[in-house]
Ligand binder design. Structure first.
Ligand SMILES: NC(=O)c1ccc[n+]([C@@H]2O[C@H](COP(=O)([O-])OP(=O)(O)OC[C@H]3O[C@@H](n4cnc5c(N)ncnc54)[C@H](O)[C@@H]3O)[C@@H](O)[C@H]2O)c1
Length: 258
């Protein structure tokens, strides 16, 4: 499910330090690959060790710089901080943080426990704030730092099957606007991407059915499934100096649902 279409080239991303959370599979893996192929210095955090090690090793054989895999459970703030510090040390600085990791569990609202809510917010929202906090000093030192936060159109579709996830994804936009306000005066831009239905291995395994995909294609203007590669161009753009005047904004990549 890795990206296959050629990504646009942004020469300013060469040698930039880039950290991607949840970069070991799905959209995150496509982003890890794309930044590595731009010639960036890339590190990614993921809890899934085996596929992540494999990805880092495969990409390191093809890219200008070795790709660094850092194992951490992003639900744990001290692990987030340690992994970000390690990334900054290994990359020799940081220019770009991609807050990508999430887990879109379905859950029944009427049965939802407090613990479930807290754990769900921890993987879908909280780590983005603390990764940004840990990365901020390096991004400020960089002088043209950029953060890209992964939201979702799901919170605008009145979906009843995952209220904690969709609340977190709405929160990602609030976080994006607040951090843009706080970090903009220090030269750091903060933007977000709202993907629509993107077909990944995990989505296929857990949630997507032929009927469900057909129904979403029906709602889209573009009558094809979106793939992780569709998120790559917008993300590279928001990370690069091509979008140097943009902050506190978001780009929707949903094939035209909204
Ligand atoms: N796929 C879609 O249709 C879709 C739609 C809208 C938004 N998004 C957003 O795009 C982003 C990527 O989605 P995806 O579908 O590629 O997800 P995915 O589940 O395929 O990948 C998420 C990655 O995060 C990692 N991860 C999960 N829990 C972790 C933890 N506790 N600590 C560290 N790493 C952890 C996983 O191992 C995995 O590699 C997410 O923010 C998601 O909400 C996806």
């Amino acid at each position: 499910m890795r990206s296959i279409s050629p990504a646009p080239s942004f020469s300013d991303l060469q040698d930039r330090g880039v950290l991607i959370t949840g970069g070991g599979s799905g959209i995150g893996a496509a982003l890890t690959e794309a930044f590595a192929m731009q010639g960036a210095r890339v590190a990614f955090i993921d809890v899934a060790e085996e596929p992540s090690r494999q990805l880092a090793s495969d990409l390191s054989n093809q890219s200008k710089h070795a790709v660094h895999y850092l194992k951490a459970d992003l639900r744990n703030v001290s692990e987030v901080r340690a992994a970000v510090d390690e990334a900054v040390a290994r990359l020799g600085g940081l220019g770009v943080l991609i807050n990508n990791a999430a887990r879109d569990d379905r859950h029944e609202f009427l049965d939802m426990s407090e613990d479930y809510w807290d754990e769900n917010q921890a993987i879908n929202l909280k780590h983005m704030a603390f990764a940004a906090q840990a990365a901020a000093p390096a991004l400020i030192r960089d002088g043209r730092g950029a953060i890209v936060n992964m939201s979702s159109i799901a919170f605008m579709l009145n979906m009843g099957a995952m209220p904690s996830y969709t609340t977190a994804k709405a929160g990602v936009l609030g976080l994006t606007k607040s951090l843009a306000g706080r970090l903009g005066p220090e030269g750091v831009r903060v933007n977000a991407i709202l993907p629509g239905m993107v077909v990944t291995e995990r989505q296929l395994k857990l949630w997507l059915t032929e009927d469900g995909m057909a129904a979403m294609r029906d709602r889209q203007c573009l009558k094809r499934n979106l793939l992780p590669a569709d998120i790559v161009g917008p993300c590279l753009f928001l990370a690069s100096s091509a979008s140097v005047g943009m902050t506190a904004q978001w780009i929707t990549v949903d094939g035209g649902v909204l």
